[in-house]
Design a protein around this ligand. Structure first.
Ligand code: FAD
Ligand code: NDP
Length: 541
């Protein structure tokens, strides 16, 4: 970002220079992209503002919307800025998914899966030396970082190609059409006006301030730090019981790290609880220690270092028993808070939900202020998933500028929890279906437990894989819930998600010929209902 040399009313002139590495965030590389130099102005457009569309946040949703809007010849700007974590971690353009979410998470999950394959390989005739089974944390982190940097760079190039004006700056509303853009030294680098704004600022991990004494950020890290941690974390305690806690436990354990998870209530709130409990059992079988019904009360540092030595104190809510768990690294995975605090939203009349802190929007992603939209993780009531933010962003830009009228359908969105055995689902949990359709007599649940063929020789995860279909009885067994726990769950569920969205019925699956020998084929042959009480263990071919 350059320096503002003029801010006449509705006209902005910015002196642009080649960005030094530190100005573009630690994750970004400054290389082949042709940086504009000299002065550039953003004259007022016909409507009197500098931009037609200005996006705050260069993550999944913001980038998708900005690039789509630019395709219609609109003057589009985008500001993205990453505030460093308490331990100093920062990253480049692309938002949570690319830098500290889906991408590094899936790569670390893959590292863990490779470890399993190496272990299993002797059962298939391979000889595997001890050395082949050792894992180098730093090598993994360096390779992942390099990949992420290439993605950061890819986004810079995409913005430039689309002629979206990119500002590596923190945005704050001055009034409902004007934004201040400041750099990491809090120096104003630009002040722009736009006809329409999109807020897609995502969220950041919570730190349990006020729950634990002192300053938890001093001792604890979060998912924002773990993927680029420059040293082996040693023994890890993870606090939380949802997606991030369980996925992180899974991949850390899978690469040989001693992991304890402290869960205060249920696992994976909102998911089918039968499946959630199965994931807990599998994690334990894989070596994760689970402390159930346990809340943290204090964390103390015994020794500083990389890693240091810490003690996590907790209390069991059922027995009142206290416990202490020595470790080297504490990862807080206790939910995320929307990054809306510094935007000055109150001043411009954008309503924020008092409980969640998220921006209140209607079904067109519009806030109370007509020309200000919000989507992705910072918008109230939206699933916090990358493809959700992307789809909402693309559809919004099409509606605003491309003559489109399609609204985002937030129903029946598939998701996967990338634990050692992956869990994918779409539609309702059994609990939700029971409530929605008025009890057990109105739904039929089909289920089967099986062992994937590839697990048979190493005798791994016997009877751990599980498939469940939830059908509405008086609607010709329309399938309203699809659940699968097993290898490649995300890949398997994606296709079925389409079928569920198109209101597939159990009979349609029965008529579908399976692909043999796969795990997915069992969805075409399921015949045991829960109600029958018959064995749901699959035997034979
Ligand atoms: P973000 O991607 O968070 O982007 C917001 C951007 O805005 C950030 O770069 C932020 O720094 C910037 N910003 C904030 N405030 C300002 C400001 N005032 N000015 C300028 N810029 C600002 N989803 C999946 O679908 N699959 C997964 O496997 C998955 N795994 C995940 C694993 C982890 C560990 C985490 C944390 C999340 C995961 N998610 C996953 C969720 C997914 O990453 C998010 O739902 C998605 O990134 C949200 O996109 P967004 O555009 O709303 O926000
Ligand atoms: P969630 O909000 O889903 O879960 C927070 C967890 O922290 C819950 O288990 C909660 O327990 C626990 N918790 C909250 N406060 C405390 C406390 N004071 N003490 C102890 N435990 C506490 O957050 P996540 O961070 O796991 O995930 C955020 C979102 O990111 C997800 O909803 C998901 O959409 C997205 N994501 C998607 C992934 C994927 O697609 N694979 C992977 C990772 C994240 P309780 O249930 O008792 O409230």
């Amino acid at each position: 970002m350059g320096t503002v040399v003029s801010t006449k009313r509705n006209e902005i002139i910015v002196a642009k220079e080649v960005l030094p590495m530190e100005e573009v965030g630690s994750g970004e590389v400054n290389g082949e992209i042709e940086e504009e130099t000299g002065e550039e102005s953003f004259p007022a457009l016909e409507h009197g503002y500098n931009f037609d569309f200005f996006v705050i946040g260069g993550g999944s949703g913001g980038l998708a919307a900005a690039i789509q809007a630019a395709k219609y010849g609109k003057k589009v700007g985008l500001a993205d800025f990453v505030t460093a974590t308490p331990s100093g971690t920062s990253w480049g353009l692309g938002g949570t998914c690319v830098n500290v979410g889906c991408i590094p998470k899936k790569l670390m999950h893959q590292a863990a899966l490779i470890g399993q394959v190496l272990e299993d390989s002797t059962h298939f005739g391979w000889s595997c030396s001890e050395e082949a089974l050792s894992h180098d944390w730093n090598r993994m982190v360096e390779k992942i970082k390099a990949h992420i940097q290439s993605l950061n760079w890819g986004y810079r190039v995409s913005l430039q190609k689309a002629e979206v004006e990119y500002f590596n700056a923190l945005a704050r509303f001055e009034d409902e059409h004007t934004l201040h853009l400041v750099d990491k030294n809090e120096k104003e680098v630009a002040k722009i006006t736009s006809e329409i704004f999109l807020i897609a600022v995502g969220g950041r991990p919570r730190y349990l301030d006020g729950v634990l004494g002192g300053n938890p950020g001093e001792f604890c890290i979060t998912s924002d730090d773990i993927f680029s941690l420059a040293y082996h974390p040693g023994k890890v305690v993870i606090i939380g019981g949802s997606y991030i806690a369980l996925e992180t436990a899974g991949f850390l354990c899978g690469i040989g790290i001693d992991v304890t998870v402290m869960v205060r209530s249920q696992l994976l709130r909102g998911f089918d609880q039968q499946l959630a409990e199965k994931i807990g059992v599998i994690l334990e079988k894989h070596g994760v220690q689970m402390l159930r019904n346990c809340s943290p009360t204090e964390i103390t540092s015994v020794e500083q270092g990389n890693p240091g030595k810490l003690i996590v104190y907790g209390v069991n809510s059922e027995t009142g028993e206290t416990m202490e768990e020595p470790c080297n690294t504490v990862i807080l995975a206790v939910g995320r808070a929307p990054s809306v605090g510094g935007l000055n939203l109150g001043e411009i009349g954008v309503e924020v939900d008092p409980t969640s802190g998220k921006i209140v929007v209607n079904d067109s992603e519009q806030t109370q202020v007509e020309h200000v939209y919000a989507l992705g993780d910072c918008a109230e009531g939206r699933l916090e998933l990358t493809p959700v933010a992307i789809q909402a962003g693309v559809l919004l830009a099409k509606r605003l500028f491309g003559g489109g009228n399609l609204r985002m359908d937030y129903d029946k969105i598939a998701t996967t929890v990338f634990t050692p055995l992956e869990y994918s689902c779409v539609g309702l949990s059994e609990e939700e279906a029971l409530e929605k359709f008025g009890g057990d007599e109105n739904i039929e649940v089909y289920h089967v437990t099986s062992q994937p063929l590839e697990f048979t020789l190493p005798a791994r995860d016997k009877e751990s894989c599980y498939s469940k279909l939830i059908c509405v009885k008086n609607e010709e067994e329309r399938i309203v819930g699809f659940h699968y726990l097993g290898p490649n769950a995300g890949e398997i569920c994606q296709g079925f998600a389409l079928a569920i969205k198109l209101n597939v019925k159990k009979g349609d699956l029965d008529e579908t010929v399976g692909i043999h020998p796969t795990c997915a084929e069992q969805f075409t042959t399921m015949h045991v209902t829960k109600r029958s009480g018959d064995s749901w263990v699959k035997t034979g071919c």
